[in-house]
Ligand binder design. Sequence first.
Ligand SMILES: NC(=O)c1ccc[n+]([C@@H]2O[C@H](COP(=O)([O-])OP(=O)(O)OC[C@H]3O[C@@H](n4cnc5c(N)ncnc54)[C@H](O)[C@@H]3O)[C@@H](O)[C@H]2O)c1
Length: 258
Amino acid sequence: MNLQGAVTVVTGGARGIGRALAERFAAEGARAVVVADLDREGAERVAAGLGCPSPLGAGLDVTDPAAVARLVDRVEDELGPVDLWCSNAGVALGHDLGDDGDWERSFAVHVLAHVHVARALAPRMAARGRGHLLLTASAAGLLASMDSAPYSVTKHGTVALAEWLAIRWGDAGVGVSCLCPQGVRTAMTEGLGAGSSVLAAGPLLEPEAVAGAVVRGLAEGRFLILPHPEVAEFERRRAADRDRWLAGMRRARARLGG
Ligand SMILES: NC(=O)c1ccc[n+]([C@@H]2O[C@H](COP(=O)([O-])OP(=O)(O)OC[C@H]3O[C@@H](n4cnc5c(N)ncnc54)[C@H](O)[C@@H]3O)[C@@H](O)[C@H]2O)c1
């Protein structure tokens, strides 16, 4: 996909990875960059600093299907057909098994929110024969997050949904990519303690490096975008021998004092 002149939307764009994506899309020549976030003021602040021809900051709760449909309508009416929608908003909830609220919120943000976007946008993109959906999952969605079951399991849901969408809509001209970083230096990882498996997995990447990997992955038409390339090898090992992989994960957990 070509970002030059594109109409792009980034949810969770008020900070972190979403903000870096919005800034990079503007720098790559996107015509419109819509920054959508629960934090409306933050989204407007990021949009105001973008310097692309048509920046827009908008308040959005990605778990509200009517609000998602309204934003799709608004963007397409005011700015033109969406070329790229990055469904990036995420939450880090639930230590260990978490509580029911952690599961419900994580499922709503990491799975259902992407369903709302696909319902509103994929048929339109298919009718036009072009458009791209990018879902931000996590390496935890390919492997495991030892810190939080709700995060790990719902991010697996993100990956599975992205695959489903790619199978369902790929031949109709709708591109789908799934972004799976390991640790990234954002507010989400700010308070992590020494026992966190995210920090044990390796050095944190800067959000700008993740945005760079996204631009390269989109240009290459990749489904899976891995800013930490070692994740591909970890995934291969997991698939090749699940028992061995689980034993290794248990050893890693014991080393962390879990
Ligand atoms: N930081 C990491 O190490 C890391 C690693 C892998 C994947 N991710 C994923 O990357 C994405 C971005 O994370 P980040 O690190 O930039 O986190 P962040 O906490 O810095 O930013 C997340 C943004 O999402 C917004 N948001 C949360 N719930 C929302 C909702 N219901 N509607 C609209 N906006 C909402 C927040 O207001 C915030 O601005 C998330 O999906 C996260 O799970 C992060």
